[in-house]
Design a binder for this molecule. Structure first.
Ligand code: MGD
Ligand code: MGD
Ligand code: MO
Length: 728
């Protein structure tokens, strides 16, 4: 393996500091300062000026140069020269690559129709230009199958929108004023590191911090109290909190009367959700539930920070609905630092329409959810026409998509033409026919919103593209030109796209200009400061009624996916009626719902985020692998002992969908009945062939077509121990 490029020494060089922005799919969206010497980046650091970044980067991006200059970086287009999956490729020119893609797409359209082509993308970069939507205008115009992308927070967004509308909610910086911080299914110290100083400051000022999580995470350890809970039963706890708050008269009656809809119906509904009932569901004792409800209601301002795992089970949507109702019930919205923090991205007037161009979709074009890609490719899902061509960018579906085995089977199809653009030859790229090299954030220009704070950040490019890598924007310009799309939309320069990226005339953008951003790197949205910002002090929820809708009016029209995840506008899904009042839906893979399944597969598997990776990104980089350690299954001692498993043993985790070989770690950080395997390891770096996603189901949660990663049952058996190599 070649070494990283040696940085030149300071004496012989010119040094430049370039203001950038972290591209990763993370709430923190840090402002970065890149030091460049003679055209080579030698340091990436967090901006000291940008308040949220506050001079520090995380363990992932502090080492971004390992990524940029990694010897395995894809630097040239390549064509497959061996069997699919083998990783054998030969270098070709960009002209050859673009020509071959355009020809194959045209042939596919002629033989099967454009719907036989499907794009697959997600958030490898979160830049407004190069991120999620960069290929949308091209594929929409082509008439390709529309990809529904509900990996993350889609169910949460539907539920939140149904309840309080698309509001920013609590400003994370306001959390220094919170008196009670309820962190629900989020591992802040790994996944939202830069929020922690605000929480620490609140604690210093006397706030209580409670973490609801099946695992005693580093965040749970740092909190005042950890409440372990059975995965997927969060709705029961939240509904029981409502029950106690109402029964004990802890509601803010004035606020409820003025700013909510459906209180009487809610009161009747939550009668049944007693703490005793919730205790049996969640595994939390009755007194803990009562105390949580009382303290949450009476320590104002109180805030709930929901993590993405809240949505990841059969009843995830209703759980988020319930949690979004709670702040109004107790009047938490009255003060800065009170309410709920979901995705403050709603505050950013991003001009999504100009990025996606959904009007280019021919009405009636079929939609396929990306979770179902495996089924769509193998034919298990009947599609007419079948999928014949795929283009993947900003995503590594083999690692992040459920039911990995079926996806691999589909990607292995000889008659499928697959194109992948990435920085590395990922587990997905190994199945490509054509691989294209993409630039990293240092090599491209972009502008960023955030889903974890209220600052716009700007990424000035700091170095020339390595090899022949191109930004995603340029890739789609080249493809569109080759396919004869000459409308100006397909020829927009990056500068022109930046001019369209925001509604610059929106009040939130007042005083913010592209020039200013380029020079300073970041700007806070034009909103009241964190010491004053109480967006729903006087109601003004972004629902049809302008109130918190305990009784949801949007529910009447049925389940829907918000336009961010499915281009178009809140398409309601026919036949999927939604009960307009919050209610409990038990996990699908549980003894209550499926005793036969639970008898064969008695352990729950959850797959939270890895500390040192971002999803599967960095899973191939040595320094990050060292911090993260090999793919490990964490088991409670009770579950391990009964299976004769000790720490360091090689184990097989399996269910009807797949089988994964992992290292065992016996640790009472997780509750009995719950196993934990962090997301992000690559198949090429596994003890066996597959990764944990082969165990995950493709079924959706109740709202917004969210995944059900936390609603997964498995069995585990010991394969060998390190001292027992004969059976390895
Ligand atoms: N280091 C790092 N940071 C990241 C990422 C990464 O991969 N690595 N990914 C980024 C992305 S894309 C996202 S969406 C965010 C997500 O950030 P988080 O919302 O923090 O997401 P997770 O780590 O998936 O889950 C958080 C916690 O939920 C717990 N959990 C799992 N199932 C349940 C359940 O049913 N109920 C309850 N109460 N808890 C449960 C897990 O044990 C875990 O501690 O992080 C972002 N930041
Ligand atoms: N079991 C389980 N599954 C999960 C989750 C979980 O917690 N558990 N989390 C889910 C969540 S929350 C999310 S957000 C998704 C994440 O799913 P993805 O967004 O697919 O995340 P990554 O695996 O990091 O893949 C991103 C890929 O994009 C590439 N990339 C980065 N920048 C660029 C660029 O500028 N151009 C191009 N062309 N490529 C680029 C990276 O190298 C990487 O290979 O996974 C979901 N899947
Ligand atoms: Mo995510």
């Amino acid at each position: 393996m070649t070494e990283l490029i040696d940085p030149p020494t300071a004496t012989e060089t010119t040094e430049l500091k370039v203001l950038g922005a972290c591209p990763q799919d993370c709430p923190d969206t840090c402002a970065m300062v890149v030091t460049v010497q003679d055209g080579v980046a030698v340091d990436v650091a967090g901006s000291k000026e940008m308040p949220f970044t506050d001079g520090g980067l995380c363990v992932k991006v502090d080492n971004y140069l390992d990524r940029v200059y990694h010897p395995d970086r894809l630097l040239h287009p390549m064509r497959r020269s061996g069997p699919k999956g083998s990783g054998e490729f030969e270098q070709i020119t960009w002209d050859e690559a673009i020509d071959e893609i355009a020809t194959r797409f045209q042939q596919t359209i002629a033989e099967h129709g454009a719907e036989a082509i499907m794009p697959v993308s997600y958030l490898g970069t979160q830049g407004i230009l190069n991120g999620l939507n960069v290929g949308d205008p091209f594929f929409n115009n082509l008439g390709a199958t529309v990809a529904e992308r509900t990996y993350c927070d889609a169910g949460s967004c539907t539920a939140y929108a149904m309840t309080i509308g698309d509001t920013a909610g609590v400003d994370p910086e306001s959390m220094v004023h919170s008196k009670f911080i309820l962190i629900w299914a989020a591992n802040i110290q790994s996944t939202n590191l830069h929020l922690w100083p605000y929480i620490r400051e609140a604690m210093k000022r006397g706030a209580k911090v409670v973490v609801v999580d099946p695992v005693r995470t580093r965040t749970a350890k740092a909190a005042t109290q950890h409440i372990p809970i059975r995965p997927g039963t969060d709705g029961a706890l939240a509904l029981a909190m409502m029950h106690v708050i109402i029964a004990e008269g802890l509601t803010d009656d004035e606020y409820v009367a003025a700013h909510t809809v459906g209180y009487d119906e809610l009161v009747e509904r939550v009668q049944q959700y007693t703490p005793e009932w919730a205790s049996a569901e969640t595994g939390i004792d009755v007194e803990t539930i009562r105390t949580l409800a009382r303290e949450y209601a009476t320590s104002q301002p109180s805030v709930i920070r929901i993590g993405v795992a809240v949505e990841r089970h059969a009843g995830g949507g209703q759980t988020v609905r319930t949690l979004s109702c709670l702040p109004a019930l107790v009047g938490a919205w009255r003060n800065p630092g009170g309410g709920i923090l979901q995705l403050p991205l709603w505050a950013f007037p991003v001009n999504w329409g100009a990025m996606m161009h959904p009007e280019l979709i021919t009405p009636g074009t079929r939609v396929v959810n990306q979770f179902l890609l495996g089924q769509a490719l193998t034919g298990a899902m009947q599609l007419d026409p079948p999928l014949k061509a795929l283009m993947v960018y900003n995503s590594n579906p083999v690692v992040v998509c459920p039911d990995q085995d079926e996806l691999i089977e589909g990607l292995s199809r000889e008659d499928l033409f697959t194109v992948v653009s990435d920085h590395f030859l990922t587990d997905t790229a190994r199945y490509a026919d054509i691989v294209l090299p993409a630039t990293t954030q240092l090599e491209q220009e972009d502008i960023m919103f955030s889903w974890g704070h209220l600052f716009v950040t700007y990424n000035n490019p700091s170095i020339e593209p390595r090899g022949e890598a191109v930004p995603n924007t340029e890739l789609f310009r080249r493809l569109a030109a080759a396919m004869g799309m000459d409308d100006p939309v397909f020829r927009r320069t990056d500068t022109e796209m930046i001019a369209e990226a925001f509604d610059w005339t929106a009040p939130a953008m007042e005083g913010i200009t592209v020039e200013g951003l380029k020079e300073k790197g970041w700007a806070r949205l034009n909103l009241p400061g964190p010491d004053e910002y109480a967006p729903h002090r006087d109601g003004n929820f972004r629902t049809p009624s302008g109130k918190t809708e305990f009784l949801s009016s949007a529910a009447a029209a049925g389940n829907f996916v918000v336009p961010l995840f499915r281009q178009g506008s809140n398409d309601h899904q026919p036949g999927q009626e939604v009960d307009p009042l919050p209610h409990y839906i038990a996990p699908r893979e549980s003894s209550a719902a499926d005793a036969e399944l639970a008898a064969r597969y008695p352990l729950n598997l959850i797959s939270p985020k890895a500390h040192a990776f971002i999803n599967s990104s960095y899973g191939n980089i040595e320094r990050h692998q060292k911090v993260q350690k090999p793919a490990t299954l964490i088991m409670n001692p009770a579950d391990a002992e009964s299976r004769g498993i000790e720490s360091g043993d090689v184990v097989r985790a399996f269910n009807d969908r797949g089988s994964v070989t992992l290292l065992a770690k016996v640790d009472d950080a997780t509750i009995s009945g719950v196993t934990v395997c962090h997301l992000g390891h690559w198949r090429t770096d596994s003890l066996g062939v597959s990764t944990l996603s082969s165990l995950n189901p493709t079924r959706f949660a109740d709202l917004g077509n969210a995944p059900t990663f936390s609603d997964t049952l498995i069995q585990v058996e010991r394969v060998s121990s390190p001292e027992d190599p004969t059976t390895a």
